[in-house]
Design a binder for this molecule. Structure first.
Ligand SMILES: NC(=O)c1ccc[n+]([C@@H]2O[C@H](COP(=O)([O-])OP(=O)(O)OC[C@H]3O[C@@H](n4cnc5c(N)ncnc54)[C@H](O)[C@@H]3O)[C@@H](O)[C@H]2O)c1
Length: 418
């Protein structure tokens, strides 16, 4: 059975999910597009052979008639557009696959969950990690009891220095006022998988972090406001933009600079666009490192460390249980899970199925498959309901409040506030 969908927002994410339809036309067909950028919209129309009457300049135009035009919508607009658009989509009866975070405004998350429950529509949030072979393997180990009772977890979200600069200094998620706090934008995924694997709620948490490095006072002497100007640090600065972006090719992060896949188009975009700016002179205010310490309901402790100065983009973790210790690495360079059994001293390598070609370790296609299965009435056990996603978002908001107010948050009280 082929399910039809309209993609709203033909940027990085809209294309990632659109690619699923191109590779699996018997499962998903993209019949409509809403995107204000004419170049992106036309490219999408061509790729998916969309009828002119189903191409819209934005979600507002798509929904204006009040008629439902397909069974589902994949909402890939930016964070601050999620709430108004998704509320309307649910009112019109669409099942919605919504990009994370649901909303950077706490109260709006609750309203979205309530709206989905009132309308009976499916609202599934793109917590892509759940749908990867790596996280499913890690979860299976923990839930098998092979590690014993979990006492302590250290989980690191290591952003590479270039991804940090691209997304959280120069790009879409640099400013809490236009996107949201970084611990929500980047780590709602991490809270989600931790809760999903531990199957326990958080009792208390506290958080520290700041914007330590990407400030004007840390700029190299004489640095210019754009890397396309003659900057004295051009040969030594690791963030120099023409080195990072002025090349041919496609995909993340190059498409964010220009969808025209040539070095010349990218260089031209760097002269005026966000990504040519010096990282020390941007309008960024989100943190560049943050830690969250959590005490679970059974007393186990979990540390989440988010860091933007990594050499390699990866998540790494250590799970200490009463029987064994697990070391893991989730990375494009190779997924690894090793269990060190305490009594025998034996070291066991856990096989992880190879990732498919889609982004986020195979999660991008995995979540679309899960969404389609849920619509067909065959939900898998990874499926995340909007209500379940709410808890990961609440933890992120609570962590931000703790960081800003220097407080320890008791989650039961926090949940009862809303
Ligand atoms: N699940 C994940 O792991 C993951 C990863 C990256 C981003 N995201 C989330 O996905 C969302 C989109 O991120 P992205 O990287 O694709 O951003 P993007 O900027 O590449 O794409 C957003 C698109 O929305 C379009 N748009 C703007 N106004 C619109 C309107 N009124 N109607 C329809 N479209 C409109 C923009 O022109 C743009 O093409 C964000 O919420 C982001 O946080 C999730």
């Amino acid at each position: 059975m082929t399910i039809d969908t309209i993609i709203v927002g033909a940027g990085g994410r809209g294309n990632a999910y659109g690619n699923f339809a191109l590779e699996h036309p018997a499962d998903l067909q993209v019949v409509g597009i809403a995107e204000p950028d004419a170049l992106r919209r036309e490219r999408f129309i061509g790729l998916h052979d969309i009828a002119p009457s189903m191409a819209f300049e934005g979600w507002q135009e798509l929904l204006a008639s009040g008629e439902r035009k397909a069974a589902t919508i994949i909402n890939c607009t930016m964070d601050r557009m999620h709430f108004d658009s998704t509320m309307k989509m649910l009112e019109l009866g669409y099942d919605v696959l919504l990009e994370k975070p649901m909303s950077p405004v706490l109260d709006e998350n609750l309203q979205l969950v309530q709206k989905a429950e009132q309308t009976g529509c499916l609202l599934q949030v793109c917590h892509v990690l759940r749908y990867t072979p790596f996280w499913q393997a890690l979860r299976a180990v923990v839930q098998s009891g092979a590690l014993g009772k979990i006492i302590s977890v250290t989980h690191r979200e290591n952003l590479s220095f270039s991804h940090m600069a691209h997304s959280f200094v120069r790009g879409n998620w640099r400013n809490a006022g236009t996107s949201g706090p970084m611990i929500l934008s980047k780590c709602c995924h991490d809270f989600d998988v931790l809760l999903w694997i531990l199957k326990k709620r958080v009792r208390r948490l506290q958080s520290f972090g700041s914007l330590m490095h990407f400030r004007p006072e840390n700029a190299p002497a004489g640095a210019t406001e754009r890397c396309t100007d003659p900057c004295p640090a051009a040969d030594t600065c690791k963030y120099e933009a023409t080195r990072l972006y002025a090349r041919a090719g496609s995909g993340f992060p190059l498409n964010a600079v220009s969808w025209t896949p040539t070095a010349e188009a990218r260089l031209e975009a760097l002269h005026t666009g966000w990504y040519g700016r010096c990282v020390y002179f941007c309008d960024n205010d989100v943190v560049d490192h943050q830690t969250v310490t959590m005490e679970m309901e059974d007393g186990a402790t979990v540390s989440l460390i988010m860091n933007g100065q990594g050499d390699e983009e990866c998540r790494t973790m250590r799970w200490d249980g009463t029987k064994a210790t697990l070391y893991g690495k989730f990375a494009a360079s190779g997924d690894e899970i090793r269990i060190h059994h305490h009594r025998s001293g034996e070291v066991e390598t856990v096989p992880v199925i190879a990732r498919d070609s889609s982004g986020h370790g195979g999660g991008d296609f995995g979540i679309v498959r899960s969404f389609l299965n849920t619509i067909k009435g065959q939900p898998d056990d990874s499926v995340t309901t909007a209500r379940e996603s709410l808890e990961s978002h609440l933890l992120a908001f609570a962590a931000e409040e703790s960081r800003l107010n220097n407080s320890v948050i008791t989650m039961e009280e926090y949940r009862n506030r809303f």
